[in-house]
Design a protein around this ligand. Structure first.
Ligand SMILES: Cc1cc2nc3c(=O)[nH]c(=O)nc-3n(C[C@H](O)[C@H](O)[C@H](O)COP(=O)(O)OP(=O)(O)OC[C@H]3O[C@@H](n4cnc5c(N)ncnc54)[C@H](O)[C@@H]3O)c2cc1C
Length: 542
């Protein structure tokens, strides 16, 4: 899809509204629709409908809407998955508002699947005690939801969408965020502009693309998180990155996902000898919690035994009808999953950590809100329950819209920034190579299995990459990566999605959320780099 034409030429950008949403995924679009008719500008790196995890969601949205289900059940399952770190009140509020938000989505035209009597079809996913996930077209929920929302956004005249603009930094005066600097990347242009703001809503998605094996689009590289931290915002739970155990390993970047529902249907995880090894690790086998399956698959691959998802018996000939998205991805890679086991790898999938926000979606900085994957509300704790992330995105987007509605409009001027553009065009190929170096490093040392030694070495290497990086986008990504590595170093235990080979068990005294500012992370990183240099010196002398 080509970028849509500029809505109006830059010269005439006087009196722009001052609510700016960064991100055109589910969180950003839903927030903009909820704000209507208040004017709002959405800034998005990729055209809406592309470059967002939302469009790729396969399962659906969790909501306790079955007559046999309750909000209490949903909260209990969310708390159990979160390994001791879920904020109970936040999880409860989210579960309570789920039905209302599903009705909003229906009113925007989302064609959720229904049964013959017209009731919403609810499917069951791993770690949910009830059938609770509303979906569309089998495994195509995200694409269908986004299509409906994009249509609604295009029809709403109060929403201005700037596609191909990359947000680079927040302008802060003390603890007040007063503007956003964004770069126009359309058609090779590279001018920067400053948008004065009363309210910025960061809805820029996750961090998966900081890893070389990921299910996330390339725009999900932690730029929003890094930008907020660089402006001084508090960050929560950054160490908790969920790895999906069954990404399809066919050398594609990002890796296609073999949805969890396949295992729910009975698909087996086997090594190259056909051994169903997950039962050696956990009594629930393939249906063990996501982090345990991810480590099992990681181990099998690292020991050379390989890991495959065998769907031949469980799904077989029905594959194309029942799982069309996965089927198409496999066939494109030359694998017919009806007759051949699918090679799999764990892939960075979802970030439980992010910009710390309260129950209204407010960050620690005035004028800055965050929702969707870039935020950390405390709803997911140390491990996300499947299909709770789209729910969290719409619940908090709606709350933020209500909060922001209370601000008085104040139309101001957009300025094109005087700052030179030389820092982008000149260094691009090198910057791409630096990003790839960072992604490989994150996989190797900040991935499924972590250790003090590896994390200290990773922080030293990040520092070396940082020394040559120039582009603000890359600096934002490096900042996000550093926050994850420092938080992982600081949590000396294993809990939920965070596993330390040198501290393989949970520690009861660590059963609480942890927060970081960038200044604190820098201080910890400095100590870690010194420790790494000391160890390397001793190794050289030995
Ligand atoms: C393959 C896959 C399947 C999934 N399945 C499910 C599921 O079934 N159920 C569920 O609940 N969750 C699922 N998830 C997780 C869920 O999709 C995401 O957590 C959720 O969509 C995040 O929404 P978001 O709006 O916060 O971010 P995204 O949808 O990722 O949108 C982020 C937006 O920000 C823009 N952006 C990023 N950086 C910048 C920048 N610097 N400047 C300007 N714009 C920027 C991007 O272009 C994009 O428009 C899945 C994720 C993946 C990857």
């Amino acid at each position: 899809m080509s970028l849509s034409p500029h809505p109006f030429p830059p010269q005439s950008w006087a009196g722009i509204d001052d609510v700016v949403i960064v991100g055109g995924g589910l969180a950003g679009l839903f927030c903009a629709l909820k704000l209507a008719p208040r004017p709002v500008t959405i800034i998005t790196a990729a055209p809406i409908g592309e470059g967002s995890s939302s469009g790729w969601a396969q399962g659906g949205i969790a909501a306790a809407m079955d007559p046999g289900d309750t909000v209490e059940n949903h909260v209990a399952d969310t708390i159990a998955a979160g390994a001791g770190l879920v904020e109970g009140a936040i999880a409860r509020g989210m579960a309570e508002e789920a039905a209302a938000r599903i009705h909003d989505l229906l009113s925007y035209g989302v064609p959720f699947d229904r049964d013959l009597e017209g009731r919403l079809t609810l499917s069951r996913e791993a770690a949910h005690s009830h059938r609770r996930v509303v979906r569309v077209g089998g495994d195509s929920a995200g694409a269908a939801i986004m299509q409906a929302l994009i249509r609604a956004v295009r029809e709403t005249s109060s929403i201005r969408v700037l596609e191909g603009f990359v947000a680079e930094s927040l302008k802060a005066e003390g603890s007040y965020v007063t503007g956003l600097i964004a770069r126009d990347r359309r058609g090779g242009l590279s001018a920067r502009m400053l948008l004065p703001t009363r309210a910025i809503v960061l809805a820029s998605g996750g961090i998966g693309h900081l890893y070389s094996v990921t299910t996330n689009p390339q725009e999900a590289r932690g730029e929003g998180l890094g930008m907020a931290a660089r402006a001084g915002a508090l960050v929560a739970d950054a160490e908790f990155v969920q790895f999906h155990p069954t990404a399809v390993d066919v050398g594609r970047d990002p890796a296609p996902l073999a949805t969890e529902a396949l295992r729910g249907e009975g698909a087996a995880i086997v090594d190259r000898n056909g051994h169903r090894f997950m039962f050696d690790i956990h009594e629930a086998g393939e249906l063990a919690p996501r982090d345990i399956v991810a480590r099992g698959v990681h181990q099998a691959r690292h020991s050379g035994r390989g890991a495959f998802l065998d769907c031949r018996e469980a799904v077989g000939a029905e594959f194309p009808e029942r799982f069309p998205t996965v089927f198409a991805a496999c066939m494109e890679a030359g694998i017919d999953p009806r007759v051949t086991p699918i090679p799999i790898a764990p892939a960075a999938h979802y970030h439980m950590g992010g910009i710390h926000v309260d129950g209204l979606g407010r960050s620690s900085l005035d004028g800055l809100w965050a929702c969707g994957e870039v935020s950390s509300t405390g709803a997911h704790g140390a491990n996300r329950l499947a299909s709770n992330s789209l729910l969290e995105a719409v619940v908090f987007a709606a709350r933020i819209a209500e909060d922001v509605q209370g601000l008085l409009p104040n139309h101001r001027m957009v300025r094109w920034s005087d700052e030179s553009t030389a820092d982008t065009a000149a260094g691009l190929p090198n910057e791409d190579a630096l990003l790839e170096r960072l992604r490989r490093l994150m996989d190797a040392a900040v991935g499924v299995v972590r250790s003090r030694e590896g994390l200290e070495a990773a922080l030293a290497e990040m520092d070396a990459i940082r020394a040559t990086a120039r582009q603000p986008s890359l600096l934002n990504s490096l900042t996000a990566a550093k926050l994850i590595a420092v938080a992982a170093l600081r949590r000396e235990e294993s809990r939920g999605a965070h596993f330390r080979s040198d501290f393989p068990h949970p520690q009861p005294e660590e059963a609480h959320r942890r927060f970081l500012t960038l200044a604190k992370a820098d201080a910890i990183a400095k100590g870690a780099i010194a420790a790494f240099q000391e160890t390397s010196r001793h190794a050289d002398l030995a």
